[in-house]
Design a protein around this ligand. Structure first.
Ligand SMILES: Cc1cc2nc3c(=O)[nH]c(=O)nc-3n(C[C@H](O)[C@H](O)[C@H](O)COP(=O)(O)OP(=O)(O)OC[C@H]3O[C@@H](n4cnc5c(N)ncnc54)[C@H](O)[C@@H]3O)c2cc1C
Length: 481
């Protein structure tokens, strides 16, 4: 006798499933993963393609970058979706192109080279990526934070530089300057987390170092932080950050990034040992070669059913999709459009009418640091301080896919933020901290440096050595995890 609580749905294709229409989903982020789950009861075969085997919960990447969470806490193995969606198959690959005429997707599968996969229906959900707006030096020297490996690179660089600076302290009073370019939610969150680290943990972990050695600056071209929020919340965020010792440099754009500095648009030069780029997102350049209509920001133009205009059977969801009135590039619009695109396909397959997509605004949140967050929730209003922070924590934990992720994040954040300064035990999540390499690169970059011991010194050979070290200097080796 089958015991319902022990049995699972049979995997598909079963005998009849093999002939079901094939839906390909490009990208397993918020939109793609939720499109998969929304197709669980449809009579379709689903193939999910992503270059990574995991889905990333980007809203908590800043915690990985600042050593509060393990990288695996914010990622979920995409193949795990098969538990609830047995009609899904995952394939790892780099999506190179789409040929809507022949209804095929081209993907790079490494050793096998470019493979073609045919579809009956397509959901394009491959998100957005970092843009440097053509700022000279930014790609080489600034550290973006869009992926898990980029967050790990930031974390490893911070701790390598801290170790290096702790030795420097014995000889000089050099500072470790972290400049964050961009005063949106990501910039604010990472600045707040670093400031909390300095207040709560730095003096215990690095007693040989003056806590003032670590300087955190937010550079924002516009005159205010987090423009997505109401003026009251913007002021609150700015005041909280300043109280935590973060320097706000507002109304100043960055026109160039160097190894240890940034040049602002008034030509002033700011010391920046680590420059974190949290300034902007754009649609991946290759999407523009797929032949689909795009709006002026490069997003794929979709109709009220999220179907790409003029391409029946092709849908777009998440950051890459542009409605006539575009939604913000955030998790909720991605989740809701992913689900809606899947439901539209399920309706087409079942021969029932599709429903036009309607967005439900569930609110916006950002955290500034320990017990300080802001939330704008329709029907509830604005929340700040500890209440806002509790709401932020609850929402972020419940919105994660995967029980392991939810529990791990809850436990790690409680251990990070729980208790008082007297009871808190600092124990950041560190990786391979290579401060010897950081010191070597620091020396090799002397000719290009504007600050610190030996800055600007060097003959032609040291300039050549600096050029060789350039790539290595910019991005720390990501930790293998
Ligand atoms: C640091 C950071 C913090 C954020 N914080 C918040 C927040 O607090 N609240 C909020 O609501 N939103 C936040 N966002 C925005 C939110 O994460 C995005 O809006 C959301 O991820 C968009 O979902 P998506 O499915 O469209 O794209 P993504 O989640 O980016 O997923 C795209 C997927 O496509 C894959 N992919 C892309 N190109 C290819 C290719 N060529 N081949 C194979 N695979 C490919 C990627 O690997 C990825 O898995 C944040 C974003 C970042 C970067």
């Amino acid at each position: 006798m089958a015991m319902p609580f022990l049995s699972r749905r049979p995997t598909v294709p079963a005998k009849d499933g093999a002939s079901w229409p094939h839906v390909i989903i490009l990208g397993g982020g918020f939109a793609g993963a939720h499109a998969v789950t929304a197709l669980r009861d449809a009579r379709v075969r689903v193939t999910l393609i992503d270059r990574n085997v995991y889905k990333t919960f980007q809203p908590l990447l800043y915690q990985v970058a600042t050593a509060g969470l393990n990288p695996g806490d914010v990622t979920m193995f995409l193949r795990g979706l098969s538990l609830k969606v047995p009609n899904m198959r995952y394939r790892q690959g780099e999506i190179e192109g789409v040929d809507p005429e022949r209804k095929v997707v081209r993907m790079d599968e490494g050793q096998k080279g470019i493979q073609e996969l045919s579809y009956d229906y397509l959901i394009v959900a491959n998100g957005a990526t970092t843009t440097y707006f053509g700022t000279p030096g930014a790609e080489e020297h600034a550290m973006p934070m869009y992926t898990r490996s980029q967050a790990l690179a930031i974390r490893d660089r911070i701790f390598s530089e801290l170790e290096r600076s702790s030795r420097e302290q014995l000889h000089s009073h050099d500072r470790l300057n972290v400049c964050i370019v961009g005063g949106g939610p990501t910039g604010v969150e990472i600045a707040g987390a670093l400031a909390d680290f300095r207040m709560q943990e730095l003096d215990i972990l690095y007693p040989e170092m003056d806590p003032g050695t670590l300087q955190v600056t937010v550079l924002q071209r516009g005159g205010e932080l987090i423009k997505e929020f109401s003026p009251k919340h913007r002021e609150y965020a700015a005041a909280e950050l300043e109280e935590r010792g973060v320097t706000l440099c507002l109304g100043r754009g960055v026109k160039e990034v160097g190894y240890d500095h940034v040049i602002l648009d008034d030509d002033s030069v700011l010391e920046s040992d680590i420059t974190i780029w949290a300034a902007g997102v754009a649609i991946p350049e290759k999407v523009s070669r797929w032949g689909f209509p795009q709006d002026r920001r490069g997003r794929l133009s979709v109709d009220e059913y999220l179907q790409v205009k003029g391409f029946p059977g092709v849908y777009a969801a998440g950051d890459v999709a542009g409605q006539d009135e575009p939604l913000p590039q955030l998790a909720q619009p991605a989740i809701q459009t992913g689900q809606a695109a899947a439901q539209a396909i399920a309706a087409e397959v079942a021969g029932t009418p599709r429903k036009p997509f309607k967005y439900t605004d569930l609110g916006t949140m950002a955290t500034i640091g320990r017990h300080a967050a802001i939330a704008q929730i329709p029907g509830i209003g604005g929340l700040e301080g500890s209440i806002g922070w509790a709401a932020w924590l609850g929402v972020h934990i419940t919105k994660m896919m995967g029980h392991r992720n939810q529990r791990a994040v809850a436990m790690n954040l409680i251990s990070l933020y729980g208790g008082t300064r007297a009871t808190h035990q600092p124990n950041p999540v560190v990786g391979e901290v290579d401060s010897l390499r950081a010191a070597r690169v620091f020396e090799e970059q002397a000719a290009r440096r504007r600050f610190g011991k030996g800055a600007g010194a060097g003959d032609r050979s040291s300039v050549r050595a600096a050029a060789r070290a350039e790539g290595a200097a910019s991005v720390a080796e990501p930790t293998k995890d």
